[in-house]
Design a protein around this ligand. Structure first.
Ligand SMILES: Nc1ncnc2c1ncn2[C@@H]1O[C@H](COP(=O)(O)OP(=O)(O)OP(=O)(O)O)[C@@H](O)[C@H]1O
Length: 679
């Protein structure tokens, strides 16, 4: 077996099943091996019934107390059974499994394992597994991998395939030099893959994970280093002069720039008018006012006779920026052009013409901006966000007549400076570490679902005062169609709960771009008062009149993501509020959410989250969004990242060639990383 073989070489995968695997991005044997568990299930010790807690998965050993009751609700058969141990009794519930009646006979004793929920003020274990004592003892304290799945696949199937691969693939030669393995105390790769999929115990898993994360970061930083070498230190090919129009624009703003904004703006002027091309990252917390800086840079480019572009992750955001920039530049004779995927072929064609003929000088859009068909006249400045950093290939597409534009990357991710220097290669870093002075700190609260009526009443009051609100429903991981349904159902519920004149609409990722834009426009115009949404609004949406952010199932989100979501309010002069509704009463969740409750500072939140989760915590919620590695987490694995970076720096050209020979995958990996990295 070879690492590049298609997965259909594996026994049990035909053409049809292979499609399911492909949905997960698994086409080859190697990719299957790298489909790592997202966590592990651990069969815990038996708990006394008196000690079970809501939201926890528990194992109990209990005797059937009463005969099974079956009730019918529409086409659902509900099976209830009461069991007891020496400390108390509890109800168990299954759906559509009437045959259990034959197993669960009065007086029989079993091990039951499942999640505890609260129904009518009583604890119930839903859909518990039923195990014999022997079965349970076999599983006790063994980590069972849980894989990211899609319809038609099970954990069991993936485990079987991985086992087959481990049996058929020769992994004895480790591409990572022994010297490095020794220095950083890393296990051999062949043992690491085995232990990550089938860990003997938790310690083995942690060690295996360390090696795999190291590899990931090592390859990433190697790719970065290689790119840096390839990169010609660009001399400034689009020299610019400071422009009076920028100064005037700043003077005419309805607010004064913060000191931090002014400092960053000066750095940018220096770059644009300096000897070398700009390659700069602006880091600033949510709502710190990065957009105006971007706008100023665009204005400066146009006033020097060049074109500038702003690329953002979503069409909603592109539209928003396009409109606000047009308004901002009203008196500056700037011609802006929107370019997004959902435009018709005809509209696009017209846009391409305008761009090529320099009839427009500020181009705002999504990825459509770097499509091959777009030809710029003299694109001197490219502004993008960190999630859309360009790879070498895209950058080629942006070069105008062989020249490299200035690059400005914007980021709201609170990454400590030491890590940012590694992750962002050789970008210069500017930090906006100050919020506008007119802001009132957001008031937060963490509550349980019982608080909903009060929260709805509060939203009503805010809307009556002229404000608006967001309600976020979580994304359902396994079933993407559920995501939309959740939001839709919730909207219905909310329409009923709130007074009729309040206009409630929803927004989710599956809607057409046009529908989304339409909803956002109406929300921005305060024609919609409450917007129920999935996390599609997470990045950059700016409606300063919104003052309430209510997040359902807050426990499902990472703290960084919650902070981003919360950042959609508190963007104007009004007092804003964030209500985190948690569906879990576990102590850990409470502690985690308390961090947000206490602070509105992105850096503080990231570092506290880190302390709580601790290194090697695979079970925690990963930070969302930026710099997604398969397994590594830039926060919790910061030390590994630093080590990997040090190791990669020591690798010479010759050694790199050797490594690539030993690992046929490596070259491809370096290229794919390079594809996503800006230089
Ligand atoms: N110095 C300032 N004083 C007052 N308001 C400001 C200042 N700078 C920007 N703003 C306003 O603050 C709001 C948020 O700014 P902006 O949209 O640029 O945030 P951001 O840094 O891009 O945040 P995010 O990362 O959340 O997108 C906007 O309404 C903007 O007009």
């Amino acid at each position: 077996m070879n690492i590049n073989d298609r997965i259909t070489v594996l026994k049990g995968i035909g053409d049809k099943t292979s499609l399911n695997f492909m949905k997960l991005g698994i086409n080859s044997v190697g990719e299957m091996l790298e489909h790592y568990p997202r966590g592990y299930d651990v069969y815990e010790d038996v708990t006394d019934i008196k000690d079970v807690m809501e939201g926890k998965t528990v194992t109990i050993e209990a005797t059937v107390l009463k005969s099974v009751e079956i009730t019918k609700v529409r086409n659902l058969q509900i099976i209830n059974c009461t069991v007891k141990d020496a400390t108390g009794s509890i109800q168990l519930k299954w759906f559509n499994m009437p045959f259990l009646r034959n197993t669960l006979k009065i007086g029989y004793r079993f091990i039951f394992r499942g999640k505890v929920v609260r129904k009518n003020n009583q604890y119930v274990i839903e859909q518990p597994q039923i195990l014999s004592k022997e079965e349970y003892l076999k599983k006790l304290n063994i980590l069972q991998p849980i894989y990211p799945l899609t319809g038609g696949l099970t954990n069991n199937m993936i485990q079987k395939m991985v086992k087959q691969i481990l049996g058929g693939l020769d992994l004895s030669e480790d591409y990572l030099p022994e010297k490095i393995r020794k220095q950083y105390d890393l296990m051999e790769y062949r043992y690491a893959v085995e232990d990550i999929h089938f860990p003997k115990n938790k310690d083995c898993m942690i060690e295996a994970r360390k090696r795999i994360v190291f590899d990931e970061f090592f390859q990433f930083t190697l790719a970065l280093g290689k790119l840096k070498k390839e990169k010609n230190i660009n001399e400034n090919q689009f020299l610019m002069k400071e422009s009076e129009d920028c100064t005037r624009l700043i003077e005419n703003l309805p607010y004064s720039l913060t000191n931090a904004q002014t400092k960053v703006w000066k750095e940018i002027i220096k770059d644009l008018s300096g000897d070398r091309s700009m390659n700069r990252l602006i880091q600033g917390d949510v709502g710190s006012g990065k957009t105006i800086i971007a706008a100023l840079a665009l204005l400066m480019a146009t006033k020097n006779g060049y074109q500038g572009s702003l690329m953002v992750p979503t069409e909603v955001l592109a539209k928003q920026h396009y409109e606000s920039i047009q308004e901002l530049f009203e008196e500056n004779d700037v011609k802006a052009q929107l370019l997004v995927g959902s435009m018709t072929a005809k509209e696009k064609k017209i846009a391409y013409e305008r761009i090529k003929n320099h009839e427009v000088n500020v181009i705002i859009g999504t990825h459509a901006l770097i499509q091959e068909k777009v030809e710029y006249d003299n694109l001197a400045l490219v502004i993008t966000d960190e999630q859309h950093r360009f790879g070498v290939k895209q950058r080629e597409a942006l070069k105008t007549k062989g020249k490299s534009p200035h690059v400005l990357v914007m980021s709201a991710t609170p990454i400590p400076r030491t890590l940012a220097i590694i992750l962002y290669g050789d970008l210069d870093i500017s930090v906006i570490d100050e919020l506008p002075a007119n802001r009132l700190p957001i008031k937060n609260c963490v509550v349980d679902t019982g608080y909903r009526p009060t929260a709805y009443h509060f939203i009503e009051k805010q809307v009556i005062e002229g404000r608006q609100a967001y309600v976020i429903c979580p994304m359902v991981e396994e079933s993407e169609t559920m995501e939309a349904e959740n939001v839709i159902e919730y909207t219905e519920k909310l329409r009923e709960a709130l007074v009729p004149f309040i206009k409630v609409e929803y927004l989710h990722g599956k809607m057409k771009a046009k529908e989304k834009n339409d909803i956002m426009e109406r929300f921005a115009a305060n024609e919609i008062h409450v917007l129920v949404s999935t996390t599609v609004i997470e990045v950059g949406v700016n409606v300063p009149n919104s003052t309430v952010m209510l997040i359902e199932n807050a426990e499902r989100f990472g703290l960084a993501q919650l902070h981003q979501l919360r950042g959609r309010v508190g963007r104007g002069k009004y007092q804003s509020y964030c209500i985190l509704i948690s569906g879990s009463s576990s102590k850990e969740t409470k502690e985690r959410l308390e961090i947000l409750n206490k602070s509105n500072d992105g850096f503080f939140i990231a570092s506290e989250d880190l302390k709580l989760r601790g290194p090697g915590d695979m079970f925690g919620i990963r930070q969302s969004g930026v710099m997604e590695f398969k397994m590594g987490d830039i926060y919790t694995d910061a030390t590994i990242l630093k080590n990997a970076n040090d190791a990669a720096k020591e690798i010479t050209e010759e050694e790199l060639e050797e490594l690539c020979k030993k690992n046929p995958y490596l070259k491809e990996k370096l290229e794919s990383f390079a594809g996503n990295v800006l230089i």
